[in-house]
Design a protein around this ligand. Sequence first.
Ligand code: G1P
Length: 297
Amino acid sequence: MTYARQVRKAVLPVAGMGTRFLPATKVVPKEMLPVVDKPVVQYAVEEAKEAGIEQFVFITGRGKHIIADHFDHAYELEHQLKKRAKDIELRGLLEMLPQTGSLGFIRQQEPLGLGHAVWCARHFIGDEPFAVLLPDDLMVGEPGGLAQMVEAYDKVGGGCIVAAEEKPHEEVKSYGVIAPGAKKGNATEVKALVEKPKPSEAPSNLCIIGRYILQPEIFKELDRQERGAGNEIQLTDSMARLIGKMPFHAVETTCARYDCGNKVGFLQANIAVGLQRPDIAPALREALKKLKLCEMD
Ligand code: G1P
């Protein structure tokens, strides 16, 4: 079986409650919080589009309907912008609209873990490779994170790819951790995977970050619905069972990754992205200087 088939579909799990950002996330889903002026989830969709993704499925929960609204027309607003000759703003809104029919939404119904969220997409994905993007992990760089993974996927002959980053040893307990094999360019062979190990039991400090290219065989493994770390159905456990059956690599991209699932990471993302935006970078730099950040050490 050859695995280097084109990756056209993506799964975006967005059912999480966002308790770390309460009260902001009482009504607004955490994926809709803005980094500068764009919701976190839109960055993931743009990154996926750049990597050649044509169809998207969001795994949602209750209270997440405004994510669907965000990717739809807002006729009243568009009409008002047109009337007021706000052409740039109008164009921005229209350009971000996905093609009709390219977006799907599936309710997860129960928060049983990331593996369960991905399993919910099985009928949408069918029998082809697909990407998973966790929108909380904002990846900034050119080319984008997923595009770099797709390039690696073609080079290594397909199979499964996870994005990876080395983390300080004491942080590995928050991640899926990789037992690394041979490294070729930016791709390291994956020998084993452990979800959220104790630092003393971790096979390395090379951790999975929220981007994956997976084969449909993963669904047979997820069908078992076995619970793992934190009593959740873990994607990592099912991926681990595919090792040896197909090529499996971890790719270290050149992108910076910001964890928008926690407050500091989210603030850091706002500053980092802001400093790259020509329209606000000079003013932001001045504003940051006024905070006298260096004196705060
Ligand atoms: C999930 C995955 C974990 C991965 C992490 C990356 O964990 O289960 O393997 O390392 O995303 O952000 P979560 O952050 O949902 O606990």
